[in-house]
Design a protein around this ligand. Structure first.
Ligand code: AMP
Length: 118
């Protein structure tokens, strides 16, 4: 069923606490944790607890969870102290865009000049 945890999904396991992560925020529907290979001083991933393979499927299948991910991304930026200087919220969607983990997630990047991205 749409949104159900997938046994081989890394981010489902992080959401369930089965694989450790540096969690910075949690809600009933989302988890935010530090990226293991940070591309900026602040690099946090925000995931829905429900499993959807990418941002498009999340938005179509559970718009409230999609909105919650976006809201949490903004709160992460505030909590990390980068909201004032500016930050990026990126959803890599599909292999061609560089997506490597097929559980929808927002990258929150900040703390350095990000003009060269897009
Ligand atoms: P993407 O390439 O958009 O699918 O992003 C996946 C991100 O997950 C990459 O930036 C990885 O560095 C990150 N990542 C992979 N494994 C872990 C992990 N165990 N904990 C935290 N971040 C991870």
């Amino acid at each position: 069923m749409a949104g159900e945890a997938q046994p081989d999904c890394l981010f489902c396991k992080i959401a369930a606490g089965e694989i450790p992560a540096q969690v910075v925020r949690e809600t009933d529907t989302t988890v935010a944790f530090r990226d293991i290979a940070p591309k900026a001083p602040t690099h946090v991933l925000v995931i829905p607890r429900a499993h959807y393979p990418d941002a498009g499927e999340l938005a179509a299948g559970d718009p409230r969870a999609a909105a919650a991910v976006l809201h949490e991304a903004a709160l992460v930026a505030e909590q990390e102290g980068v909201a004032g200087t500016g930050y990026r919220i990126i959803f890599n969607t599909g292999e061609g865009a560089g997506q490597t983990v097929f559980h929808a997630h927002a990258h929150v990047l900040g703390g350095r000049d990000l003009h060269q991205l897009v």
